[in-house]
Design a protein. Structure first.
Length: 131
């Protein structure tokens, strides 16, 4: 199971592929997970990652086409393609994180360590004193 989960995480790390409509690698990883786990949360999360990765791959292709051929596309269409890409990336990142955490939980590993940046420290500044 760990290898199947790692494969799904690995192939969904990047969004750019040669053919954005090709999902064989995603489908194979998802099928392997279906065969190896009975946890409905892990299965659901894997399905969300499959769908989000497919949508993200298409969004990358649309964004690249919009940027490469500026003369053939209205600026509003370019803006929309870039916005769709950003939304697809955020969704994939969230679904992927959820999947990884559920898979790690099933494997008894606990959640993935957070990659969030530390809280900024407050700098001492002037203080006002009441008279």
């Amino acid at each position: 199971r760990q290898r199947a989960y790692a494969t799904m995480a690995r192939i969904t790390k990047g969004m750019k592929v040669e053919d954005p409509l090709e999902i064989q690698d995603l489908a194979e990883a998802h099928s392997e997970i279906e065969m190896l786990t009975e946890d409905p949360q892990v299965l659901g999360a894997a399905g969300q990652v499959l769908y989000a990765a497919h949508m993200a791959r298409q969004a990358v292709a649309q964004k690249e086409a919009a940027i490469e051929d500026e003369s053939a596309m209205h600026p509003a269409q370019r803006t929309l393609a870039i916005r769709k890409f950003n939304v697809a990336k955020e969704e994939l990142d969230q679904y992927r994180t959820d999947f990884i955490n559920l898979a790690r939980k099933e494997l008894g590993l606990g959640p993935r360590p957070s990659l969030a940046s530390p809280e900024p420290e407050e700098l001492p500044g002037p203080t006002s004193k009441d008279p």
